[in-house]
Design a protein around this ligand. Sequence first.
Ligand code: UT7
Length: 353
Amino acid sequence: MRAVITGTGRYIPPTTVDNHALARIMDTSDEWIQVRTGIVERHYADDDMASSDLAVPAVRDALEAAGIGPEDLDYVIFATMTPDYYFPGSAPPLQEKLGLGDIPCLDIRQQCAGFVYALQLGDALIRSGQYRRVLLVGAEAHVMFMPWSRRTWEVVRDPDAGPLSEDERRKNTETRDRTVLFGDGAGAVVLEASEDDGRGILGHVLHTRGSEARRLWVNGGGSNYRPYFHPDMFARDDHIPIVEGRKVYALAVTHMPEVTLEVLDRHGLTLDDLDLVIMHQANLRINEGVQKRLGLPDEKVFNNIQHYGNTTAGTIPIALHEALEQGRARPGDLVCLVGLGSGLNWGALLCRL
Ligand code: UT7
């Protein structure tokens, strides 16, 4: 029994914010962001949209592509680091919004490696014979983390809103190394059981290293504290993610090529057998570094971070959907999906489309 991807979908919220808009609210520039990250623009969810709201249209498209309805699903795995609620996360609200039956709906918290982990879990559920149609979602509303005032939001959204005070600009500049990187979006994949041995998920390699957890994390809120949220935490900005950018960069350009070779080796395959590699989209320069280390030609790598920034658990399903849409990936192709992020979690997965 194999788990086959039978449908994909993606949703990108309509509000586009380019690098020039960010330069209105902090000391940054289009040139700095593009040179260091490749990002040109990103999209932000509206104020009334949580991660599960972003997921709904992506799921509808994935179901349509698979030719099934919501009632045909028997399991949901929702990968996100920006859940609708501290608990119960995003999968139960998504279930309600889609009008699904009382099927199991699970949140997973593997951040930028979230979708590779979701695919592995979905594959295991199907191969074990326990479930036949699993919906996987990767969706993020990173706007929830942006430490910006109402006035900052006005200026970022509207070029005619006038200048920001120097104080606010200085405050926004303190987190510029993180805020410019992230964008919002959702991707969805339908995985179905199939007896067709020629298609589907071939295998995976996953890793976690908790000793690197504080390279990329949110300190505040959680059972480390009594009470788990407290005004002092907000005063210290402990609710804002901390990113050791240089270190994460180095870990990514080391472990993403390693794990790609590891999964190929495990299945007796080589880089020549691959039609396409889709990496997590954290930084175009990271992906170029990985591509160079592996010696892959441009046609074997798909990137779209330029338009979306880092959508964390959303990057891989959004990129897979677009690669299929643009004919960069075709039915029958062997693709390798590779992710690394907070945890530290990383992994690679091989799939014959
Ligand atoms: O998916 C995993 C999540 N993603 C990550 O963890 C990100 C991985 N890391 C990266 O992508 C890169 O390390 C960054 C893009 C975050 C930073 O690029 P970098 O080349 O490593 O820059 P840097 O941190 O060494 O900073 C260089 C300079 C600093 O100024 P000084 O100290 O040299 O005067 C920063 O303050 O660039 C400054 N800087 C900025 N300048 C303009 C940092 N952020 C900005 C900014 N605009 N947005």
